[in-house]
Write a protein that binds this ligand. Structure first.
Ligand code: AMP
Length: 419
């Protein structure tokens, strides 16, 4: 299989699918350009080789063409980060795009307008709410055909397809997966970012140095259940923290005050405890909490056992005993996966526990452990603490990373390497 380093792009046109889905403020200023920066090494290598690039991306979830989600807003930053002029095509499959792609010379770049301005990108017809089942079936059939045409058009711009969009690798969309069919196996490859993401996740999941510890935080157990179950077959230690702590505490007969809880998941919590026992996994739950008398940074605070929280109070962070418990496990680990904060880290008064986890991961990493941080909020956490550079790998993927860890085959990856 070709790689970014083995492929010589000289004289070739590359269609590069990137993830430029960056957050913008109301004046269209980019508030975080991490995703653009992440694709720069791939784009630069192609241009430096003497190739040209046609850059495709989505931005937001538009229902059709709209100024709000136009990629023209990010064009200046793309030019700046690439250190090169970049042409723009107002319609990703219009005549202008075709002409501009055809006219590209070695070393030149073209950014296409938002691919999701066309429903064909996702392959889901945009139906009226009152569409009849017949109309729906007809529209779906028509979409299959028009998606083929759309994909073929995008593929026709280039000699080689490069996928560097990990954030959408779990989607079987036109530009993330289907397009790969129009290129033979020597002319489709992963960009540097996607390759690095694959290497990091596979190192953690398949080439595991033990002990392997996963720290799963966040607000709910329901959204993480598939990952938790898959991890139970892989990890030595599973630290479950954050809001889900209280579902476990209540399931075990604890008094949790106003803490966040999923009452319909109490049996599931018990099932996880049993499964962990069966599989010989050391399940680590918080024992104490930093509690608050309201969900606010300025709330009155105290500490309490997680199973004995007074009425009117809620647990918003782990307490000092749990910090030590978690840190001891983490520091003795050789592989670490962290997804989700252990408290409401957005409030400065409740980020201490997540900070303790982050510090312990940094210490373990310095001692040679491999640490993978992924999932939006834990990345925001390590960025808040200024520790991103001290982790082995910080993933750019949210949903894609979680599905990859769940053990699912990602269409964007399969389209290139076959599995
Ligand atoms: P998720 O999207 O499920 O990963 O959840 C992330 C969110 O969980 C963050 O915004 C945290 O503020 C929140 N969170 C973590 N711990 C708690 C807690 N004890 N109570 C309520 N929310 C929490």
């Amino acid at each position: 299989m070709q790689t970014m380093d083995s492929f010589n792009f000289a004289g070739k046109k590359a269609f590069v699918r990137v993830d430029f889905n960056v957050p913008l403020d109301e004046n269209f200023n980019i508030t975080d350009d991490t995703r653009i920066r992440a694709a720069v090494p791939t784009l630069k290598k192609i241009l430096k080789d003497g190739g040209s690039v046609i850059i495709g991306s989505h931005l937001g979830r538009p229902k059709g063409p709209t100024d709000k989600y136009s990629l023209k807003h990010i064009l200046p930053r793309v030019k700046e980060l690439l250190g090169a002029d970049v042409e723009f095509a107002n319609d990703c499959v219009g005549e202008e795009a075709v002409a501009k792609a055809a006219a590209l010379q070695p070393g030149q770049a073209l950014l296409l307008e938002n691919l999701r301005f066309y429903a064909e990108e996702e392959g889901k017809p945009r139906l009226a709410e009152d569409a009849t089942p017949e109309e729906t079936a007809e529209a779906k059939k028509a979409m299959k055909e028009s998606q083929k045409e759309f994909t073929k058009k995008l593929a026709s711009y280039a000699d080689v397809y490069v996928n560097d969009a990990f954030g959408t690798a779990h989607r079987a969309h036109a530009s993330t997966a289907l397009i790969a069919d129009y290129f033979d196996e020597d002319h489709k490859l992963f960009g540097y970012l996607l390759q690095n993401e694959i290497v990091a996740v596979e190192k953690v999941m398949n080439d595991t140095q033990r002990p392997f510890t996963a720290i799963m935080g966040g607000s709910k157990v329901s959204t993480k259940i598939d990952i938790i179950k898959n991890l139970l077959d892989k990890v030595d230690n599973l630290i479950l923290a954050g809001g889900m702590t209280y579902t476990f505490a209540k399931a075990d007969g604890g008094k949790i005050g106003n803490s966040i809880v999923e009452d319909d998941k109490l049996a599931l919590a018990q099932e996880i405890v049993e499964l962990a026992k069966e599989k010989g996994v050391n399940l680590v739950l918080a024992t104490d909490a930093k509690i608050a008398d309201s969900f606010s940074n300025d709330a009155k605070t105290d500490f309490a056992p997680v199973k004995d929280i007074p009425d009117g109070w809620e647990g918003l962070d782990i307490g000092p005993e749990s910090e030590k418990l978690f840190a001891d496990v983490i520091k003795n680990s050789k592989t670490i996966l962290w997804n989700g904060p252990v408290g409401v880290f957005e409030f400065d008064n409740f980020d201490h526990g997540s900070r303790a986890v982050s510090d312990a991961i940094v210490e373990a990493t310095q001692k040679g452990a491999f640490s993978l941080i992924g999932g939006g909020d834990s990345v925001a956490c390590v960025n808040k603490f200024g520790q991103a550079d001290e982790m082995s790998y910080v993933s750019t993927g949210g949903g894609a990373l979680l599905e990859f860890i769940e053990g699912k085959v990602l269409p964007g990856i399969k389209a290139i390497r076959g599995y």
